[in-house]
Design a protein around this ligand. Structure first.
Ligand SMILES: NC(=O)c1ccc[n+]([C@@H]2O[C@H](COP(=O)([O-])OP(=O)(O)OC[C@H]3O[C@@H](n4cnc5c(N)ncnc54)[C@H](O)[C@@H]3O)[C@@H](O)[C@H]2O)c1
Length: 250
C-alpha cells in the first residue's frame, strides 16, 4: 500500500472497496473517503452508479460494481486484490418472528449480514496477509449487544455475529499487519429504518444519527498515522454522546 501524501488525513493512493456503497452509511463513507483522495469501488446489489457518478462529477475517482455479497463467486471476483475494504452491506427486515414464514426471513438476514460479511473478508484477507498489509472495517450494530429498539431477533443475532467476527478476523489478520475493526451504530437516518416509529426518549442524544456521523468513524482506520499503532481489535459503538452507554439500538 503506497502512501502518496504526507498529510496525515490523506487517503491518496488507496483504493477502498465499500460493500453496500449504494446507499446510507456506505455512500456517506464513500463521499468522505473520496474527499480525502481515495479511489472508491462501490459494490452493491442495488445500483451504485448514481453515487459513483456524483463523486466523479466532484472530481473524485469512483466506480460502481454490481455484487450480491451472498454470492461467494461474485464477491471473490471483485474483492480479491483489494487492500482496504468496508463491509456496510446489510438488511434489517421487520417481519414478525412468530409469523409462519419467519424461518425464511431468518435465513435471508443471516445470509446477507453474516455470510455476506464472511464472504467479503474471506475473499480479501488471504491476499492482504500475503502482502503484509490491509485494512477492513465491518459495520455491525449496537442491536447486536443491546437487543435493539426496533429490530427483530434475526437482525440482532446477525449483528451479534458480526461483532464476534470482527474479533475473530482481527486476531487472524493482526500478525500480518491486516487490521480489522468494527463500527456498531445505534439508529441511523437511512433507508433501513425509514418510516419506523422510534422512541427517541430511549436515545440519549434525543435524535437518530446522520449517516455521515457514522461514516466519519470509519475513515480513521485507513489513515496512515494509524498504520503505525495498534488499533485492533476495536469495535467502536457509535451512538452520539453515548459511547459506552448505548442501552438501545436499531
Ligand atoms: N440505519 C441504522 O439504523 C443502522 C443501525 C445499526 C447498524 N446499521 C448497519 O449499517 C449498515 C449500512 O446500513 P444503512 O443504514 O446504510 O442501510 P441502507 O439500507 O441505506 O444500506 C445498506 C446497503 O446494503 C446493500 N445490500 C443489501 N443487501 C445486499 C447484498 N446481498 N449484497 C450487496 N449489498 C447489499 C443495500 O442495497 C444498501 O445499499 C448495515 O450493515 C446495517 O445493518 C444500520
Amino acid at each position: 500500500m503506497a502512501i502518496a501524501s504526507a498529510s496525515p488525513f490523506s487517503l491518496e493512493g488507496q483504493t477502498i472497496l465499500i460493500a453496500g456503497g449504494a446507499n446510507g452509511i456506505g455512500a456517506s463513507a464513500a463521499a468522505i473517503c473520496a474527499g480525502l483522495g481515495a479511489k472508491l469501488v462501490l459494490a452493491d446489489v442495488s445500483d451504485a452508479t448514481p453515487v459513483a457518478e456524483s463523486l466523479r462529477r466532484e472530481g473524485h475517482q469512483a466506480s460502481a460494481a454490481s455484487c450480491d455479497v451472498t454470492n461467494r463467486t461474485a464477491v471473490e471476483r471483485l474483492v480479491s486484490g483489494v487492500g482496504t475494504m468496508v463491509v456496510c452491506s446489510g438488511i434489517c427486515p421487520f417481519d414478525d418472528w412468530m409469523a409462519d414464514d419467519w424461518d425464511d426471513v431468518y435465513e435471508r438476514t443471516n445470509a446477507v449480514n453474516v455470510k455476506g460479511t464472511v464472504n467479503c473478508v474471506r475473499a480479501a484477507l488471504p491476499g492482504m496477509m500475503e502482502r503484509c498489509g490491509g485494512r477492513i472495517v465491518l459495520v455491525g450494530s449496537l442491536a447486536g449487544r443491546s437487543g435493539g429498539l426496533l429490530s427483530g431477533p434475526h437482525y440482532v443475532a446477525s449483528k451479534g455475529a458480526v461483532g464476534a467476527l470482527v474479533r475473530w478476523f482481527a486476531r487472524k489478520g493482526a500478525p500480518r499487519n491486516v487490521l480489522v475493526n468494527g463500527v456498531a451504530p445505534g439508529p441511523v437516518d437511512t433507508g433501513m429504518i425509514a418510516g419506523r416509529d422510534l422512541n427517541l426518549a430511549a436515545v440519549p442524544l434525543g435524535r437518530i444519527a446522520r449517516p455521515e456521523e457514522i461514516a466519519s468513524t470509519i475513515f480513521p482506520c485507513f489513515l496512515w498515522v494509524f498504520r503505525r499503532v495498534h488499533i485492533v481489535p476495536l469495535f467502536l459503538p457509535t451512538m452520539r454522546c453515548s459511547l459506552g452507554v448505548a442501552p438501545n439500538a436499531a
